[in-house]
Ligand binder design. Structure first.
Ligand SMILES: *Cc1c(COP(=O)(O)O)cnc(C)c1O
Length: 431
């Protein structure tokens, strides 16, 4: 007899972003995911589900992709993990070369590894602050971020965010953050010489409920940053690796930032790994005799993980070998037509899409003023209902997220939309 995993989980595990009283209630049996293949996941009872949010926005090529599996297994025959503090390793070196080559213009030619999105962001923020401090502009200490932003949930990354729910108890974590809502507001800021960096989720804010920025905004921000010599940090933790229809969201507006933060999809969604890409200029700002103290004293135990880098290299190889970027425009078009089938639903009040990312907002009626109160947890209820229709996803309040792995076929996307429709019918009614 295998151990009772559900009982062990309920006895000992504390889950992220999860009301644990509900989770531990006697009548709640958690789904235990035990297998995966392509866009499908299988639970402890053998039920199969479509992975409608790419396993919390991480999975790119589907589960158990043979190319990525082979690469991880081959790496295991050498070594799984070694220290990146004072030592190098082949997959991390090769991956740095390949990642920097993906960015047009060669401007981002340095890679700093960590192991999750929040620390990829913190690395960029800390590098920005330390750069100005030791390169003649110590007054540049303010970081500009955007309302409803989400950049992770470690204390430093959370302080950039604009979603009170995700901030925990306080909001004073040691550096100055000013939140704004538009490029125009950026252009009207005073005291520009005290700004170290501007950080934004390009094209679309994820945790804010899949909110799409106006077209051209990113370019406008880049232009402003260049004019005022302020660093631009792009958080592509969600948007990176094809999700928006191009390899990186910044390519849509021909923008190259000073820092590009990558995580979730970097390994195809197989292992935790993150990278902060930056410029020669930033890198050079940390050079000097070791005794001068200009070093970036920051890093994590699993930085440059050999297994993670091997998986990331394989994921990039899949992009090349399967000519994935060329297929993305057609996939995005299919996704749009699949989403269109939900538009007429009386309880679907808005559908926001950016590439293969969608937010389907539900409400009492087509009148946008008739929102469901957050306390009614209609989004959660709809996503729980979706499980009975073989779809797994998570909402942001009343916005249902649909973010299929890039390998999803049109048929699979259709099934996802049909499952959502049935779930919305069940929870909100069909008229
Ligand atoms: C998920 C996410 C993060 C945080 O990444 P973690 O790996 O969860 O720390 C940061 N920014 C964006 C846009 C994200 O979607």
């Amino acid at each position: 007899m295998p151990p009772d995993f559900v009982a062990l989980d309920k006895a000992h595990v504390w889950h992220p972003f999860t009301p644990m009283q509900d989770w531990c209630a006697p009548d709640h049996e958690p789904i235990m995911l035990v297998d995966g293949e392509g866009c499908w996941l299988t639970d402890q009872h053998g039920n199969r589900y479509l992975d409608g949010n790419s396993s919390i926005w991480t999975n790119i090529h589907g589960h158990r992709h043979p190319r990525i599996h082979a690469a991880i297994k081959a790496q295991l025959d050498h070594v799984a993990h070694t220290s990146f503090l004072g030592f190098a390793n082949p997959p991390a070196a090769q991956l740095a070369g390949e990642l920097t080559a993906l960015i047009p213009g060669g401007r981002l030619n340095k890679v700093f590894y960590t192991d999750n999105g929040s620390t990829a962001i913190e690395s960029a923020v800390r590098m920005s602050l330390q750069y100005w401090e030791q390169n003649g502009s110590p007054q540049r200490t303010r970081i500009i971020s955007f309302d409803a932003a989400y950049h992770g949930d470690t204390l430093g990354a959370a302080s950039l965010g604009g979603i009170p729910l995700f901030k925990g108890s306080g909001n004073q974590f040691g550096y100055a953050v000013q939140r704004i809502s538009s490029a125009e507001q950026l252009e009207s800021l005073d005291d520009v010489t005290s700004i170290a960096a501007v950080i934004i989720e390009p094209l679309i804010q994820g945790a804010a409920g899949m909110r799409v920025w106006p077209q051209g905004m990113l370019k406008q921000i880049e232009t402003w940053c260049r004019a005022h010599d302020v660093f631009l940090i792009l958080d592509e933790v969600m948007t990176g690796f094809g999700r928006t229809g191009k390899m990186f969201a910044c390519e849509h507006e021909d923008v190259v930032p000073d820092f590009l933060c990558l995580a979730k999809g970097l390994t195809g969604g197989y292992l935790p790994l993150a990278a902060t890409l930056t410029t020669q200029r930033v890198f050079d700002g940390f050079l000097g005799d070791a005794s001068e103290g200009r070093t970036f004293f920051y890093g994590h135990s699993y930085a440059g993980s050999q297994l993670g880098c091997a998986a990331a290299l394989a994921s990039l190889a899949v992009f090349r070998e399967e000519r994935l970027l060329e297929q993305l425009p057609a996939k995005v078009t299919s996704f749009t037509s699949v989403l269109d089938t939900l538009r007429a639903h009386p309880h679907v009040i808005d559908i926001r899409q950016c590439g293969l990312i969608a937010g389907i907002e539900i409400g009492k009626s087509k009148d946008p003023r008739e929102e469901y109160p957050a306390a009614d947890r209609m989004g959660v209820k709809a996503c729980l209902a979706a499980r009975r229709h073989a779809l797994l996803t998570r909402p942001v309040v009343n916005t249902l997220v649909l973010m299929p792995p890039l390998c999803a076929t049109e048929g699979e996307m259709q099934r996802m939309a049909e499952a959502l429709r049935a779930s919305i019918d069940e929870v909100c009614g069909s008229d």
